[in-house]
Design a protein around this ligand. Structure first.
Ligand SMILES: [Zn+2]
Length: 191
């Protein structure tokens, strides 16, 4: 029995080491215990549709042991690339878990992404056209997504996101996307 326990513990340790080494994403040294190290986390499965490229991916980015799949995360980074110049970044795991949590809450079939990562070049281009675009937009750091959930009104999505008190929530009107980010808790309405 003792030996078996030791082997199990070694395997768990190995899994944690693999998770830590294989993760350039922003998990840092956070403990991977149970499902996720974040306050809000989904079921580890995401179906995301990019409205610009019309690409959909359905992916398991984290298993039930809390181990992230770096290949899957890279695929997500690719799907969420800047649609202006195709540059990409390592998207925030906290954000990925948060939108997964929101998708699971509404049992939405997928998340439709209007905008995720924005390169600094694209962000300054947008800033010249709209006063609603921040100089230090969280989109530039892979920490924001503008999303629509099919079958869920933007009001409902906004209200639920606000209730989590987990970051920024921007509302752009009925039928429009809702901005979700992992910055400080704040809200705005662009109506
Ligand atoms: Zn946004």
């Amino acid at each position: 029995m003792k030996l078996i326990n030791k082997i199990i513990r070694l395997n768990v340790t190995a899994a944690l080491i693999i998770a830590a080494v294989a993760l350039p994403h922003d998990l840092g040294n956070a403990a991977v215990d149970g499902a996720s190290a974040f306050r809000f986390s989904g079921d580890g499965h995401l179906k995301i549709y990019n409205t610009h490229t019309k690409k959909t991916i359905s992916i398991i980015y984290r298993d039930s042991q809390g181990v992230y799949d770096d290949e899957a995360l890279k695929e997500l980074d690719g799907l969420l690339a800047c649609h202006y110049d195709k540059k990409q970044t390592e998207m925030s795991l906290k954000l990925i878990e948060l939108v997964d949590y929101i998708q699971d809450h509404f049992a939405a079939s997928e998340i439709q992404v209007i905008s995720a990562f924005r390169s600094p070049e694209y962000n300054s281009r947008l800033r010249r056209r709209s006063r609603n675009v921040g100089k230090k937009s969280f989109h530039m750091y892979g920490r924001a997504m503008d999303i629509i959930l099919p079958g869920v009104s933007s009001q409902k999505l906004r209200n639920f996101a606000l209730s989590l008190k987990s970051g920024g929530v921007g509302y752009y009107g009925p039928g429009n996307f809702v901005h979700i980010d992992t910055g400080p808790v704040r809200r705005w309405s662009a109506l």
